[in-house]
Design a protein around this ligand. Structure first.
Ligand code: HSE
Length: 298
């Protein structure tokens, strides 16, 4: 038996929503094909261009193994991962592979898992990729749209009803950073001052209410983060200048996509997209980063 599932790229955090918010978009997608044969034990083989072929090191097969062990399923599985999402650039590449694998297995073995359970198993794939099971990217890839992880134990995710028409311009630096998410997570402070937390919580409230009410000014205010984006700034030194220029050309707002270095600029019909792209690319270049641009929708 054979089954294929695909999962879209995503931008996690969205300003102050570190490990809470994420948004799926159609910039890129991964697909995972699982071929199953009867067997008296669980055997998982993984292949794909540019992906680790040791099952425990690959986010797709790692999540799959955990899922099948939990349900005591015995089979010989060949997992083929087709990467469309460039890895290490903050667009949920590892999470999309594990989500696609878990969604495929859910169908193949008729497990009828809820979205929350699909996220719970998919996020285990992030351990293989970055050492930590953060749920935000996989939540977006599984559920679609803008999602909030409202509980981690047990995992609960909610899709946010978005009433603001917008699209994205992604500035994607051409860099290759090994184990980037792991390093980026080590840069996040363990403790924060209450005043900073309050300010960030205000941003988060503003973003959520803005998206739900369709209020672009609230979204603009909400797309800020004084804690995690600040701590990680050395990973994307062009970000604050790029954001300033994008806002001057009437972007709705901008944020770091996941742990970066990709930057997501939110635009609508009031924004001067051509100028944002032109000036944005110049800024990245002036910091020594050659970028490509990808427009995307949620
Ligand atoms: N929320 C995670 C982080 C996303 O910022 O580390 C990583 O892709």
């Amino acid at each position: 038996e054979k089954i294929i599932a695909k999962a879209f790229s995503s931008s996690a955090n969205l300003g102050a929503g570190f490990d809470i918010l994420a948004m799926a978009h159609d910039a890129f997608y991964d697909s995972v094909e699982i071929t199953s044969q009867p067997s008296s034990s669980l055997q998982v083989y993984v292949e794909g261009e540019g992906v680790p072929n040791i099952p425990e090191q690959n986010s797709a097969s790692f999540a799959l193994i955990k899922l099948l062990e939990e349900f005591n399923i015995k089979a010989k599985l060949k997992v083929k991962v087709n990467k469309g999402i460039p890895p290490g650039l903050g667009m949920g590449s590892s999470g999309a592979s594990s989500s696609a694998a878990v969604v495929a297995a859910n169908e193949l073995f008729k497990l009828e898992l809820s979205n929350d359970d699909l996220v719970k198993f998919s996020m285990l794939g992030e351990i293989a990729a970055s050492g930590s099971p953060h749920p935000d990217n996989v939540a977006a890839s599984v559920v679609g749209g803008v999602v909030a992880v409202v509980s981690s134990e047990p995992v609960r995710v909610v899709q946010i009803p978005v009433n603001l028409p917008f699209s994205l311009i992604l500035f994607i630096p051409k860099v290759n950073i090994e184990a980037k998410t792991k390093k980026a997570r080590e840069m996040v402070p363990k403790h924060v001052e209450l005043q900073k937390l309050v300010k960030n919580s205000r941003y988060l409230s503003s973003l959520l209410i803005g998206l739900i009410k369709g209020d672009r000014e609230l979204v603009r205010t909400g797309l800020n983060d004084d804690i995690v984006e600040k701590a990680r700034e050395p990973l994307f030194p062009y970000y604050s200048k790029l954001k300033e220029v994008a806002l001057n050309h009437n972007a709705i707002g901008a944020c770091v996509s996941g742990a970066g270095p990709t930057i997501a600029v939110f635009v609508d019909e009031k924004s001067d997209k051509a100028q944002i792209i032109k000036d944005g690319l110049k800024i990245c270049e002036s910091y020594g980063y050659e970028c490509s641009v990808k427009e995307a929708k949620i």
